[in-house]
Design a protein around this ligand. Sequence first.
Ligand code: NDP
Ligand code: MG
Length: 380
Amino acid sequence: MQRVTILGSTGSIGKQALDVVRMHPDLFSLQGLSAHSSEEAFRVQLKAEHPRRAVFSRPMEKPWYGVKLRFGQEALCELASDPDTDVVVLAISGIAALTPLLAALRAGKRVAIANKESLVCGGDLVKKALEAGEGELLPVDSEQSALFQCLQNGRREEAEKLILTASGGPFFRRPREELRDITPEQALKHPTWSMGRKISLDSATLMNKGLEVMEAARLFDFPGEQIEVLIHPQSLVHSMVAYRDGTVMANLSVADMRLPIQYAMTWPERMPSPAEPLRLWERPELTFFKPDMDRFPALRMAYECLRAGGGCPVVYNGANERAAELFFAGALGFLEIEESVSFALDRFRNRPMRDLEDILAADGEARRLVDEFQKTRRSK
Ligand code: NDP
Ligand code: MG
């Protein structure tokens, strides 16, 4: 029996992780839940699920149905390292997931990790935490889960390329000049997946794929030159690994996040899941396109950041997080998201990231640079 704590339980991944736990009462018991701002949704979860522990980011009014409820960042890290938890599902969005991730790894937990921003920014700190103890990282992000599964078919040195697939987002076929006036509502309509707000926007700007290139490099320890992106609008092939004899291993399934969430929790076992079987004959068309790096600067910048190392990946992520907030608030246009990331990267003086303080400082700097970009735009 695995005791499970879900951090970010009110989100899209968090709710699906709860589904997985509920579906296998013989395998999993629920230990803890955390949420940030969705007070009403969290209250409903506490009432229905009765976790043994819970953390909310700010003080919450009673009642909380007899659940041991605590508040704030420190309590969140304590929940991540709770001695009565075996598996932590990390479903918090943004760089906010980094401190609980480090806490969970240092406490020797298995972390089923959906959050990519913490891996992109955490770099060596995450690696050190893994090397120092018993902690393990099992990817939930569908592309990384696919790579993880394909990589089990050969030795590390036999694998030549990691091939990440990308749906291309809702605007893949639109000319760039039409993208300037895209509204938040349009950007949130993902063609194949239903996800949280931030990652849906990241999929439309291709920043998500840029983050995933860096995420794959971190998770599997491959350099950027061995990581490729292919546009695959049907989202059935979740990613592939090309081996040196010319064999390509691919991972296919219907688009249902409960599948990779569950696999990260049960690995190395495979259990029945609620995902629909894949009926390939009903979807005869699988297409693939090489992305054009000029058309998708978000991807090009990600490769550059990976090569540059140091604080560049942190700035890429922090600038994008801030730009996304401003876009949703109506203060930045759609194409200004990647423009502001580029603006921040151009002005950032790169340096090594030795500890969490360095990372948070670079993140703060990136956010300030985006605000500066936004002000210069508005004054034009
Ligand atoms: P959502 O926005 O739907 O959910 C985010 C969750 O994190 C919520 O429970 C939210 O709480 C909590 N949260 C937000 N900010 C903070 C904070 N500062 N401190 C603590 N908790 C916080 O996101 P998704 O579920 O879509 O995505 C979660 C992560 O998984 C992201 O990193 C994303 O990139 C990754 N991912 C998501 C996929 C998907 O299909 N959705 C696929 C692959 C990866 P509250 O609601 O209470 O504010
Ligand atoms: Mg993904």
